[in-house]
Design a protein around this ligand. Structure first.
Ligand code: PEP
Ligand code: MG
Length: 583
């Protein structure tokens, strides 16, 4: 069993070295215990009381988390409260007590076991990860029924790195934030609470580590490299030294990059590139500002589903959008309408199973198929537009009629707002994602009807090169520097400029300085990326000339080998910025 160093999934970047604290999330074993029928009403009352106590506890935690960490993390507990109020859940438990003459503990455990087993059948990573919420709620009620105290991370006597199989939202909410330096967790995917929490608190974390608990013990020394997704238990001196240096370097670079945040993304010859951030959730705004973004270039609204099981209502959406728009004002916020389907948050039960979901009922196609859902979102966006500078972006447009239909729906919502005297930005810009080759190739005609283009290179590359963006087996073919990609991007940019509209890039390609250098040379007006990438790209921009980038782009458009293009680009950039760290 040789796993050390352990490889997991990078959940929150940074490096931390410290002592292991093993945290066993509890699981009670509840035996089926019968009660005399005459005690049934008493048992039901006991359960009702425990539910009330649990609800109060949840509200208290929610308030504390809201105060100390942030709203998203606190919102998790809304869901807990909702569950404890759900008549379906409660009635099932009461019925079990009545019909089977069993204890309240056994009844509630059985009820939640059923819910969890139903969830595990769904082919949806996000919903599956919510199982830890249900466990958490169940544990709380059983704790309150039996008087057994829930183990917590509240009272740690020294600074530690928490190693656990899983952490529930209550575990992370209650923990002593000044003592927890990092996480190494066996469970957890990219949307797990541990990840959300670790990112919000900016502590290094690795999740999805296979069987680390079978290897470590309390007090072991451990390195968590949240950037690389690596965990090393009891490192030798040489490894320790190496990571101490790496930690120092990471922190120094972070500090120096933050200094850049206030400076403009302007080239040496005076060309200013709009540098914006991609966000998934409103509470990333603080992070966005810290990294020096001028606006939100892509708000992936489908992530609002993170907090919901059902479709979010118009008002819930409006509140989310308003928060972002107000916080960023006067800088622009580009709100992309739901990009659901494909791999994003749709369960098999919600939609017919599709053979090729990436080519299926996804994004704008899904929105147009369900116009009521779509209009609800458009109303929420228009409503939020009075609070700042909002632009609407439609994902996965493949031809002109999809845009016209979407625009038609917006016009009808606008008409309705006018009739009801609801204020909105009458001149709101409407743009489209250019991420399907068919749209890229008719960019000239699309540019005559839309206000802007945002090139989604993540999907554009996948569809152009016929390479699934999430399939490791073919990832070697996924190349942003494939000449077809560069030529198509150039065509889209020229088409936009010929028609006097602006064009941005919001795919991952924008986030790598070497590739951003090429995109600037190709003529792009705006680059949008995850906040963390902004300082590096800004630094590159401040050290180049637009004229050099243009000359270079013209040169590589004539080349046919992606490897050669990359080498040339790295060489050109290193010549301009000798201490540039290439990734
Ligand atoms: C893209 O496809 O490049 C993009 C930015 O959208 P997403 O990654 O959300 O599909
Ligand atoms: Mg996309």
């Amino acid at each position: 069993m040789k796993q050390n160093p352990f490889k997991g999934t990078s959940a929150s970047p940074g490096i931390i070295i410290g002592d292991v604290f093993i945290f066993d999330s509890q699981k009670y074993v509840i035996e089926k215990t019968l009660i005399p029928p005459k005690d049934v009403p008493l048992e039901i009352k006991k359960l009702k009381d425990a539910i009330e106590v649990s609800k109060n506890e949840v509200l208290k935690i929610k308030e504390a988390v809201n105060r100390e960490i942030g709203e998203t993390q606190a919102a998790i507990f809304n869901f807990h409260h909702l569950m404890l109020d759900d008549p379906q859940v409660l009635n099932t438990a009461f019925e079990i007590i009545e019909k089977e003459n069993v204890t309240a503990e056994y009844a509630i455990q059985t009820t939640f076991d059923k819910i969890i087993s139903n969830l595990s059948q769904l082919d949806n990573a996000y919903i599956k990860e919510r199982q830890s919420d249900y466990n958490d709620i169940c544990l709380r009620v059983i704790g309150n029924l039996s008087g057994i105290k829930h183990k917590t991370l509240e009272t740690l006597d020294k600074k530690v790195i928490v190693v656990a199989h899983d952490l529930s939202p209550s575990d992370t909410a209650n923990m002593d934030k000044s003592k927890v330096l990092g996480f190494a967790i066996e469970m957890g995917g990219p949307t797990s609470h541990t990840v959300i929490m670790a990112k919000a608190l900016e502590i290094p974390a690795v999740v999805g580590i296979n069987n680390i608990l079978g290897f470590v013990k309390n007090g072991d020394k451990i390195i968590v490299d949240g950037t690389e997704g690596v965990v090393i238990v009891n490192p030798d001196n040489k490894t320790l030294k190496k990571y101490q240096i790496k930690k120092y370097e990471f922190e120094t670079v972070e500090k120096s990059l933050f200094k850049l945040a206030q400076l403009k993304a302007k080239t040496l010859d005076g060309y200013e590139v709009e540098l914006a951030a991609n966000i998934e959730l409103p509470d990333e705004i603080e992070h966005v500002k810290k990294h020096g973004a001028k606006g939100i270039g892509l708000f992936r609204t489908e992530f609002i589903f993170l907090r919901k099981v059902d479709l979010p209502t118009e008002n819930e959406q409006f509140e989310e959008y308003k928060k972002v728009v107000k916080a960023m004002s006067p800088d622009p916020v580009i709100i992309r309408t739901f990009d659901l389907g494909g791999d994003k948050f749709m369960s098999k039960s919600a939609l017919m199973e599709e053979l090729n979901p990436f080519l299926g009922l996804r994004a704008i196609r899904l929105s147009l198929k369900f116009p009521d859902m779509f209009k609800t979102q458009l109303r929420a966006i228009l409503h939020a537009s009075v609070y700042g500078n909002v632009k609407i972006l439609f994902p996965m447009i493949s031809g002109i009629n999809e845009f016209r239909q979407a625009k038609g729906l917006i016009e009808s919502v606008k008409e309705d707002f006018k009739n009801k005297s609801i204020p909105f930005d009458q001149n709101i810009q409407m743009g489209i994602m250019i991420e399907i080759p068919s749209a890229a190739l008719i960019a000239e005609s699309l540019a005559q009807e839309v206000d802007f283009f945002s090139i989604g290179t993540n999907d554009l590359i996948q569809y152009l090169l016929a390479v699934d963006r999430g399939n490791e087996k073919v990832s070697y073919l996924y190349d942003p520097l494939h000449p077809s990609v560069l030529k198509l991007i150039k065509y889209v940019i020229d088409s936009a400029h010929n028609n006097k509209i602006w064009v941005g890039v919001c795919g991952e390609m924008a986030a790598e300085p070497v590739l951003a250098f090429i995109l600037i040379g190709l003529g792009v007006d705006e680059l949008s990326m995850s906040s963390r990438a902004i300082p590096d790209v800004k630094r590159m921009i401040r050290n180049i000339r637009l004229s050099d980038a243009k000359t270079f782009a013209d040169k590589i458009l004539k080349l046919s080998d992606p490897n050669r293009i990359r080498k040339e680009a790295e060489r050109a950039l290193l010549k301009l910025i000798p201490d540039m760290v290439l990734t």
